[in-house]
Design a binder for this molecule. Structure first.
Ligand code: UT7
Length: 349
């Protein structure tokens, strides 16, 4: 059975830089607080009208496709991970298929938030291994800036997130020292409400989120997205940051070790760990726990913030563009986030 290799990788970062200082215009926060708690100095926001999650994904995809030495017409499957789609439905995969004038190939959207790219990569990996497809485009893209509460009420979340996109093209390889060795996927829905955007949705308070959305007077037709929800700012994400942090620092090392052990490696063998850029403090905790050197862990949250499904491919692309990853290097990708879901992938570049 062939393995899949990353044949091409690309990223797209929107032009507009938003510093921590810029955010103080909208909410009570400070550069000092944000840097101390998260490591973030700045993030990028997409153009309000000219850029969407799909268009950013398209730009990253074009680069990945070119670097893979192929063309959009040759791509035979799309997997698109995002939590900030252009439309509630249909997904971004079909929008990208249209934008790149691709053939009538399958397009799958993945909704696994911060772990989205790794789930997408794992799905694509299985299709390559079975021989069903030979050229799969995997995209992670987010336009968070359109859906955040920029008042002081939403500051614990809004200062973290940034916009951007990353993409890879997976192709089969028979080379022994190259390709994805394994992927590992997990979930625990017990904490689904700890990091979530409840609305719009069909829950109608079924899961006990009543305090968060008052439907009492809403006619049935309005329960999906009512005026009251918008008036009460209940259309924004919710996060219990400390609870997420505590779980993340346990699950990140666990899923990294799982990938290493499955392939007979130990932490010291990792050439480069690319953790999902959730919070620099989380990455540093994981580095310390696994006794990795600074050179073994790539972080760029300082400049892009947390771009959820886009963060792993953006960081991987940037590390590769800087010449920090070469053919045959052992690279570990890992992510944790809303769901909770968490995942890892171990590969030889
Ligand atoms: O990628 C998806 C997964 N997400 C994560 O991994 C996020 C994990 N969690 C975190 O990164 C951290 O929990 C945060 C960075 C989100 C928050 O840091 P924290 O140290 O857990 O702060 P906190 O939420 O416990 O809030 C501490 C204080 C509160 O004030 P009081 O009640 O102590 O007076 C907050 O109101 O900090 C306040 N605060 C802020 N102050 C200034 C919260 N956000 C801000 C802010 N600026 N942006």
């Amino acid at each position: 059975m062939p393995r899949s290799k990353i044949a091409g990788i690309g990223k797209y970062i929107p032009e507009r830089t938003v510093t921590n200082q810029d955010l103080t215009q909208y909410m009570e926060t400070s550069d000092e607080w944000i840097q101390e708690r998260t490591g973030i100095k700045e993030r990028h926001y997409a153009h309000r009208t000219d850029e969407t999650t799909t268009t950013m994904g398209v730009e990253a995809a074009k680069i990945a496709i070119e670097r893979a030495g192929t063309t959009a017409e040759e791509i035979d499957f799309i997997v698109f991970a995002t939590l900030s789609p252009d439309y509630y439905f249909p997904g971004c995969g079909v929008m990208l298929q249209r934008a790149l004038k691709m053939k009538e190939i399958g397009a799958l959207d993945v909704r696994n938030q911060c772990s989205g790219f790794l789930y997408a990569l794992s799905v694509a990996d299985q299709f390559i291994k079975t021989g069903m497809y030979k050229n799969i485009l995997v995209v992670g893209s987010e336009k968070h800036s359109f859906g955040l509460d920029f008042s002081t009420r939403g500051r614990n979340i809004s200062v973290i997130f940034g916009d951007g996109a990353g993409a890879v093209v997976l192709q089969p390889t028979d080379e022994k020292d190259q390709g994805i060795l394994s992927t590992h996927l997990h979930s625990d829905g017990e904490s689904a409400e700890i990091l979530a955007m409840y609305n719009p949705g069909t829950h109608a308070n079924h899961w006990g989120t009543k305090d968060y959305a008052d439907f009492d007077d809403a006619p049935i037709a309005q329960m999906f997205m009512s005026h009251a929800m918008i008036d009460n700012a209940q259309n924004f994400p919710y996060m219990d940051g400390q609870a997420v942090f505590k779980k993340a620092v346990v699950k990140f090392p666990e899923v990294i070790m799982e990938a290493l052990q499955a392939n007979g490696y130990q932490a010291s063998d990792i050439h480069m760990l690319i953790p999902h850029q959730a919070n620099l403090r989380i990455s540093q905790f994981v580095q310390h726990k696994l006794k990795l050197s600074d050179e073994q862990v790539y972080n760029n949250i300082q400049h892009y913030g947390n771009t959820t499904a886009a963060s792993v491919p953006i960081a991987l692309c940037e590390a590769w563009e800087k010449g920090l990853i070469s053919r045959g290097d052992l690279v570990c990708l890992a992510a944790f986030g809303s769901g909770f879901t968490w995942a890892s992938a171990l590969l030889k570049w």
